[in-house]
Design a protein around this ligand. Structure first.
Ligand SMILES: *Cc1c(COP(=O)(O)O)cnc(C)c1O
Length: 412
């Protein structure tokens, strides 16, 4: 079977918008263009109908009530609203004082969680950054160990965006309930792919994003629990009082309609997709680890998303690898932060060394990924790693049994 190049295997970065989603959105640009906030004429009412339907579709996907869904511009905004909004609302002391309350998060969270937490530290909150195990997981036991009398908020992502590892969310949520701390989860990589129920999973606040689940970019939602307990938040963005005052600003009607449709499609196709993608992931991991030596799959063996794998290749240089497989779109373990090429802080948090982190690939499949594409990508990766290693004196030494970590290099 032939494949078209390039091949897209970076669905954890963003997904193609499903054409059925685009179709649902289109009328909301040119026909149903009213402002849903216009309560006194039909143009507003029909736009509002579209919003209502979408709100229900999002709520249904996560087992929530539609009144608990706040539309935002995406998960970055949802995380900011959840974390800063809850911290400010449940703070122990006034702004400017210290000891305003304790927050628990993890070292390998997304920047959209870490940076709001850092901001709160500057504003007088204490933040504990949990260190994951070598398997990448954050367990309820770890959270329990960090829990304090003054813990007001715990924010732990559901599935990690670089590793696909799945944290113990229902258990962490239960623990937070017992301690009276608000529990937020960044579920951007989880929702739409895996079954979610905010009630049985013990969640108070949950972030999700359209473009990670075949919806449009620039739209997302925050789930805010209304009962047991009723979670309150200080608004970050103020103005017209839309979204029950949590998020002012004219609603992105077409985007929200698209997000709703994306949720409906994910719910309908989740089971079969999970099964299909897990088989493909297992094929990738099985072939790469059996046909190449000195490779490791990062993160827990089973507690990982079906469609994502992160693999480190010893004795290849990350940049040469990316060049060699450039017709395959994947993410590398190096984050291009400004000019410097830093190894991924996520892999570092797991104790993966800098060299291996640099030569890591995140391969993330999706709804449009075919088995033929996966086969092509596996062949290409294996062939490229073999070629690059032929040129590597370190790999030769390794094969001769020399432990290169013990070599004392001469400084020139
Ligand atoms: C993509 C992503 C975000 C950011 O979402 P946007 O909608 O692009 O702002 C936050 N958290 C995780 C885990 C992500 O994967």
């Amino acid at each position: 079977m032939s494949v078209d190049l390039p091949i897209y295997l970076d669905n954890a970065a963003t997904t193609r918008t499903d054409p059925r989603v685009v179709e649902a959105m289109l009328p909301y640009f040119t026909e149903i263009y009213g402002n849903p906030g216009s309560r006194n004429h039909g143009f507003g009412w029909v736009a509002e109908d579209g919003i209502d339907t979408a709100r229900q579709q999002v709520a249904d996907l996560i087992g929530a009530d539609r009144k608990e869904i706040i539309f935002t511009s995406g998960s970055t905004e949802s995380n900011n609203l959840a974390i800063k909004g809850a911290a400010s609302m449940y703070a122990k002391g006034p702004a400017g004082s210290t000891g305003r309350g304790h927050i628990i998060t993890a070292l390998h969270e997304h920047k959209a969680t870490l940076d709001p937490c850092k901001r709160l530290q500057k504003e007088g909150f204490d933040v504990t950054y949990l260190e994951p195990g070598r398997d990448g997981l954050i367990t309820a036991e770890m959270v329990k160990g960090a829990m304090r009398e003054d813990t007001i908020l715990v924010t732990i992502m559901w599935a990690n965006n670089e590793l696909g590892t799945i944290n113990e969310i229902p258990e962490i949520g239960k623990l937070c309930k017992e301690h009276g701390a608000i529990f937020h989860t960044d579920a951007t990589q989880w929702v739409g792919k895996m079954p979610t129920n905010v009630n049985t999973d013990n969640i108070d606040l949950l972030s999700l994003s359209g473009h990670k689940m075949y919806g449009p970019k620039g739209v997302g939602a925050l789930y805010v629990r209304r009962r047991r307990p009723r979670v309150r938040l200080t608004a970050i963005q103020e103005g017209g009082g839309q979204e029950r005052g949590f998020r002012s600003g004219t609603l992105n009607v077409s985007g929200i309609v698209g997000l709703g449709k994306a949720c409906e499609l994910c719910a309908a196709e989740m089971d079969s997709e999970q099964e299909r993608l897990l088989k493909l992931r297992q094929k990738i991991e099985q072939r790469i680890t059996s046909e190449l030596d000195t490779v490791q799959v990062n993160g827990h063996a089973d507690k990982r998303l079906p469609h994502l794998t992160n693999i480190s290749f010893g004795f290849v240089e990350g940049e040469s690898m990316m060049m060699a497989i450039k017709e395959i779109a994947v993410s590398s373990g190096s984050a291009c932060t400004s000019a410097s090429l830093e190894p991924s802080y996520v892999l570092k948090a797991l104790g993966v060394g800098d060299d291996l982190a640099h030569s890591s690939l995140r391969i993330s499949m999706g709804r449009y990924t075919t088995e033929a594409e996966v086969d092509y990508a596996i062949d290409k990766i294996i062939e490229s790693v073999k070629k690059l290693r032929e040129l590597s004196p370190l790999y030769d030494m390794h094969n001769e049994g020399i432990d290169i970590t013990k070599i004392e290099w001469q400084a020139h």
